[in-house]
Ligand binder design. Sequence first.
Ligand code: DNO
Length: 348
Amino acid sequence: MKLIFRWYGPTDSIPLQFIDQIPNCSGVCTACYDAKPGEVWKLSTLLEMKKMLNDNHLDMDVIESIPVSENIKLGNELAQHDIEVFKKNLEVCAQAGVKVVCYNFMPVFDWLRTDMHHKNEDGSESLSYSYDDFVKVDPHNLHLPGWDESYSQDELQNLLDIYQKMSHEQLFQNLLHFLQEIIPVCERVGINMAIHPDDPPWDVFHLPRIVSNEEDLDRMFAAVPSKANGLTLCTGSFGAGRCNNLPHMAGKYAKQGRIHFAHLRNVLYTDDKDSFVEAGHASCMGSLDMAKIVKELVVNGFDGYVRPDHGRNIFDEGGKPGYGLYDRALGCAYINGLFEAIEKYGRN
Ligand code: DNO
């Protein structure tokens, strides 16, 4: 595996030198954060970032993410234009040496939590999702932590209204059309696509979601069999869905050569509904068996990129919820330990 770290570009408060100091961390995943969905990225911007990274002994092999515009997901009259832009962005990324592109196909909300500052007993803070809080949210007056600034209330209502009329099948067909268009480009330029699962993996506000479980993945891979059509195995996102058997999914899709990227984090189920807290990475802190997941990856030949995911806010660090340095660095140390132990002595 190749261990990487998410970096939000030159404005990220975490110095690249600190990322370089994380044991075994070979690079970052990043994006052109100032470009909007539907805009062509500048090669010069990517190359400048790459130079900054290389100067700190870090690679830029993975992009997380090239955003998929709502037009593409809606399949409206602007969709084809935005697909062509997406293709250009793939070409630009390939010219900058990118090997894997993470993306998602979730309508409107790319992740959803009800609390960005959930206080854990040890004084740390986590992102969390509470079923009881969620059912109190009025979809006509949405104020969700982390999302309030993404769209104006009017834009949000308008989008929610349009999606109310869309079935899961229609959204799936729009994903297929997108993949059929872009995968030949990926094959030509040598990029693997890695779709990020729905987070959490169920419909929210009646928005259809179609990348939530094994059945969804099997259908998507059967329809577009190219190995360039792959997965980001986000254990926390799939893992929030209690029907998802993560060790099984890790083994199955690693064996198929579909997992190009893995986000390894743990979640702790906090009630018998859907609520969860983003726990520390170690198995003992949450509800997922991280060692078993990594073992399934290793024995089934996984050789992709891995990153720790949302860390807790620990040691009074503050900063961007989920994306501080300290707990994600601890996550790296833990992930390194699991891989080394299993690769050397734990294959049987
Ligand atoms: C949240 C992330 C997601 C992820 C996208 C990938 O912190 O896991 O925003 O980057 O869904 O497209």
